[in-house]
Write a protein that binds this ligand. Structure first.
Ligand code: WTA
Length: 655
């Protein structure tokens, strides 16, 4: 990490906002002053931008930390705020979703049409016995029905748990079981890389006979959208085609008001153990910060902009900046089903050109892979509509930042590098476009109303020019309200480390520069960040040892030019298995195995078969040393190992 820090220290380029951008920007510097003078009053003002069926009289209740309540005596309906409100204001004809499927099929969905669809679906969900507080799993491709599903669940006060369509049947099952979902909404399949990728079979498999598992089936129905037109198996009393029930349903549905702290969704994310955590978000505070940040950070002008966030709804970025933020603001957005390189490497740039995209929000991994392909691909398209670029999910290196600005942004569009997490619910650290002079590679400053610090192990501020751990020092509206079913883990994971200070521990290393701006340096725990997706080392290790041939496994995130980090596995093979099967091709077998167990994103880049793993005397695997090997560096200090010779053996085996 030290070479990375040195490199960042040398970054002195600065980009001041243009006068033209500043003149029309949603944000202005007075937001900081207002928030500094009265933080809670500032957030109350932002919350009042929403429609409250019952106005709140209290802002923050922090009497039982770390369990916060925001706007607790207010009542609202999240879907009403994202839909009906715009229709009632006369904007029903505005396009909410400019959807394009991977094969190039298109559909525009207006706010009036989306509202209508969500009302029908709400009635269907109620008919299927889904009640307030029930959980609904959503396992869908990026189609308008996915957004409608999230909103309909929210509209009736139920709780959605969206599972990324790239996750395996096993991962889906674990999430369905943990949440106790009553209904699953899925599709036959979706388009991915030029062909239909089936989804329904994974749901069938996840719900198949759990003989001896001891887990009770909670799912009563599976609602299936026809998208891929692939053949699917059918369970008559369980499965229902969307097209048999939704179009026929009544579009009369009045949005009921729910308390601000009514749970809105659970989203599973990787932690430091093998079991994903169900991050719980609630309604009023979440929607307040989602809408506010989308407005000021993405500079959304709903009447004129075409906004595009490339994230899948299976991730938090897709929740906050595809579903909730832009719709709460009444924006028009592009929704795209496919991948960046199908059917040609310029697909994204073609979409920007054809849809006149003005605001573009994506991940550094994508930018780096475009850099690798070369500038002539984007330069073959007209990208002059773009006026703001955003980055999210992992640190963006200054070279990628500058390339993004030059080649995609025409050296004109400002870049906002936005730091946040599934747990924070919405953006926390970012430049404000039109206000902040930007620095390539730095997320820079906490947003108005947000307080962060970089501290040492004892929780003391490190001072400008120093590195340490990133903490959030005050509660914020869209903060997670807990881990589903596990309040102890919530306290333990985020609040215990700096309990005496009451700080939230983010798990990220960071440095403050001489101006006090924040530079993110990556995770300090056993969480990896591969292409902006969070993966846990423990989760992949447990998948590996689930294979009959594997005795032990250690997984590390090694730095990778394109994906940020890559999964590298070191495995010890059972001698009996080795005698019987040999090791030829075993690396590939294990890579595939992990892909099947968790999902293709978790597939290791490299699998090394070794005789031993480096362990301390207390038996803890020293991943730091394995990372040295995986990154081709000289191995660091081995003196705390139980057997100091083991690393030279491993290095030789890897070579
Ligand atoms: C990392 C994604 C540097 C960080 C929204 C964090 C970032 C984790 C940035 C959360 C950024 C996210 N610069 N690192 N702009 N944005 N991260 O939960 O390590 O999928 O802890 O949320 O991504 O990942 P998650």
């Amino acid at each position: 990490m030290s070479s990375q820090i040195d490199h960042l220290l040398n970054e002195t380029r600065r980009f001041a906002p243009s006068a033209e951008f500043a003149a029309n920007a949603v944000a202005d510097a007075s937001l900081y002053e207002r928030a500094a003078a009265d933080r809670e009053g500032f957030w109350a003002d932002q919350a009042r931008e929403l429609h409250w069926h019952t106005p709140f009289t209290t802002v923050l209740d922090w009497s039982n930390p770390p369990f916060a309540e925001w706007f607790a005596d207010g009542e609202l309906n999240v879907a009403y705020n994202c839909l009906d409100r715009h229709v009632e204001a006369g904007n029903g004809d505005r396009i909410a979703l400019r959807w394009e499927g991977e094969p190039g099929d298109r559909r525009n969905v207006t706010y009036a049409e989306l509202t209508d669809e969500v009302k029908r679906l709400s009635n269907v969900l109620l008919d299927l016995g889904v009640e307030r507080g029930d959980r609904v799993a959503i396992y869908l491709p990026m189609i308008p029905e996915a957004i409608a599903s999230m909103l309909a669940v929210a509209r009736i006060g139920a709780v959605h748990s969206v599972v990324f369509g790239g996750f395996s049947a096993d991962s889906l099952r674990a999430r369905i079981d943990d949440a106790g979902a009553k209904l699953v909404i899925t599709a036959d399949g979706g388009w991915r890389k030029g062909k239909v990728s089936p989804l329904k079979p994974a749901v069938d498999q996840a719900l198949a006979d759990r003989n001896g598992s001891g887990i009770q089936e909670t799912v009563e129905h599976v609602l299936v959208i026809k998208r891929g037109e692939n053949d699917v198996e059918w369970t008559d009393d369980r499965d229902i085609w969307w097209h048999d029930v939704v179009p026929q349903a009544s579009s009369d549905h009045e949005a009921e008001a729910f308390p601000a702290e009514n749970p809105l969704f659970i989203l599973y994310t990787s932690g430091t153990t093998g079991k994903p955590k169900g991050i719980l978000h609630t309604s009023g505070g979440y929607l307040t910060q989602a809408a506010f940040t989308n407005r000021v950070v993405h500079d959304v002008h709903p009447e004129t902009d075409v906004y595009w966030c490339t994230a899948d709804i299976g991730w938090i970025t897709g929740h906050t900046y595809v579903a909730y933020g832009p719709l709460a603001n009444g924006a028009t957005q592009l929704l795209f089903e496919g991948t960046p390189d199908t059917p040609h490497p310029g697909r994204w740039w073609e979409l920007i050109q054809n849809h006149g995209v003005t605001i573009f929000y994506t991940a550094p991994t994508a930018i780096r892979s475009f850099m690798k392909i070369g500038r002539d691909v984007p330069q073959g398209f007209d990208l002059s509509s773009l006026r703001l670029l955003g980055s999210v999910g992992e640190p963006i290196n200054p070279e990628a930042w500058v390339w993004y600005r030059d080649i995609i942004g025409g050296d004109r569009a400002p870049i906002v590098d936005t730091w946040w997490q599934t747990e924070t619910g919405a953006i926390m650290i970012s430049a404000l476009p039109g206000v902040t002079e930007t620095k390539p590679g730095s997320a820079q400053v906490p947003l108005p109303g947000i307080s962060v610090d970089v501290v040492d192990d004892a929780g003391e501020h490190v001072g400008h020019g120093n590195g340490g751990l990133l903490v959030i020092t005050e509660p914020w509206p869209s903060m997670l309200r807990g881990i589903w079913g596990d309040p102890e883990r919530f306290v333990e994971t985020y609040w215990k480390k700096f309990a005496d200070k009451g700080y939230y521990f983010a798990g990220d290393g960071a440095r403050l520069d001489d101006d006090g701006d924040v530079w993110l340096l990556g995770r300090v725990d056993d969480v990896m960040n591969v292409s902006g997706h969070r993966l846990s080392t423990a989760e992949i290790e447990s998948a590996l040892v689930g294979h009959e041939g594997v005795a032990e496994a250690a997984v590390v995130g090694a730095s990778d030019e394109t994906t940020g980090q890559a999964v590298v596995a070191f495995v010890i093979i059972k001698s009996r298995y080795m005698k019987k099967n040999g090791v030829d091709g075993l690396g590939d077998v294990l890579r595939r195995w992990v892909g099947e167990q968790i999902g293709p994103i978790a597939r290791p880049r490299d699998v090394y078969i070794v005789g031993e793993l480096p362990k301390t005397r207390s038996g803890k695997i020293m991943r730091r040393l394995l990372r040295d090997v995986a990154e081709g560096r000289e191995v660091g200090d081995t003196t705390t190992l139980a057997d100091t010779a083991v690393m030279s053996v491993i290095s030789a085996q890897v070579k």
